[in-house]
Design a protein around this ligand. Structure first.
Ligand code: A3P
Length: 305
């Protein structure tokens, strides 16, 4: 629970007063407390799988897929919680409380999600045997959605912030690279690195890969029975975005001690679900600039977006 913790709060003040102005990762001030709390208190279970991402990169989809994969033998198709709950109610975030349904999920799920950059994760996660599934996305599309979150800012200013790295979990590219370096170089067996675009294009392939990686591989019998396809269909943008709960439900984000609660519509998590929608937001110059930053930042990493 979110109990007042003087130790964390003191640390928060201390960090805020000394935080360097243009180095390291950024988070909104309301998120820092949750991150510190997680770093102080979170103890993963050995079988937990951590789902990580930058905001707007496909977190909701990843949560739904991981939930459907891990619970498939315990959950009845017609009463699957994903049909009546926002995916964020099925898989909690590590560093804040986001919920739309007042009722707790009556099912133990070995999944925890986070937007925390790799190097800032609780040591308990880094030192554990927990697996991590990371999803990233073309920054042009991730920014397209980011614009909505910054709706009180002119697009040009929001764009400038994004390029400079001033976004939650940003710089965007460093968030990706933090996970990518561990995934590609140090512990490929510990981190599965997914791209939203790949997941869209070859959904079946990547879902099988994900299930295998997470320790829930599909049996031949399940494949024959169409279980993989059922999960794809259940978690598809078309299906989830048309469910009553996701069309008209409301979510609450509780952050920090008492003060901050944000309310918003569940449908903010389901906009278009397309690759390349950035064309409707960005000028060609903006797109080129983002591509150039991507090329520069990823240069030498063997990661392509
Ligand atoms: P768009 O803004 O391009 O539509 P996050 O969950 O990390 O906030 O990411 C949100 C993005 O994922 C949005 O992209 C949203 O539409 C898309 N999305 C949500 N559910 C999805 C699903 N089931 N399949 C594919 N994309 C999905």
């Amino acid at each position: 629970g979110y109990k007042y913790d003087p130790k964390t709060s003191n640390k928060l003040e201390e960090i805020m007063s000394t935080v360097p102005k243009r180095k390291g990762f950024w988070c909104r001030s309301f998120q820092l407390e949750g991150i510190l709390r997680a770093r102080d208190h979170f103890k993963p279970q050995p079988n937990d799988v951590i789902l990580s991402s930058t905001p707007k990169s496909g977190t909701t989809w990843l949560k739904a897929l991981a939930f459907a994969i891990t619970t498939r033998s315990r959950v009845n198709e017609s009463t699957n919680p994903l049909l009546t709950r926002l995916a964020h109610d099925c898989v909690p975030f590590l560093e804040f409380k986001l919920h739309s349904s007042p009722q707790k999920l009556n099912l133990d799920v070995p999944l925890v999600a986070t937007h925390i950059p790799y190097t800032s994760l609780p040591k308990s996660i880094i030192n554990s045997g927990c697996k991590i599934v990371y999803i990233c996305r073309d920054p042009k599309d991730a920014f397209g959605e980011e614009v909505l979150a910054w709706e009180d800012l002119p697009l040009e200013d929001a764009f400038e912030f994004f390029c400079e790295g001033f976004t939650a979990g940003g710089p965007y590219w460093d968030h990706l690279l933090g996970y990518w370096r561990r995934a590609s170089l140090e512990s490929p067996e510990k981190i599965l690195f997914l791209k939203y675009e790949d997941l869209k294009k070859k959904t079946e392939y990547w879902i099988k890969k994900m299930a295998q990686f997470m320790g829930y591989p599909f049996s031949f019998e399940e494949e024959d029975k169409g279980v993989v396809q059922k999960i794809i269909d259940l978690c598809s943008f078309e299906n989830l975005s048309n469910l009553e709960v996701n069309k008209s439900g409301k979510a609450r984000l509780d952050v920090g001690v008492g003060v901050n609660t944000f309310e918003f519509e569940n449908n903010t998590y389901f906009r278009k679900g397309k690759v390349g929608d950035w064309k409707n937001y960005l000028t060609p110059e903006m797109a080129t600039r983002l591509d150039q930053i991507t090329e520069q930042k990823l240069n030498g990493s063997a990661l392509t977006l």
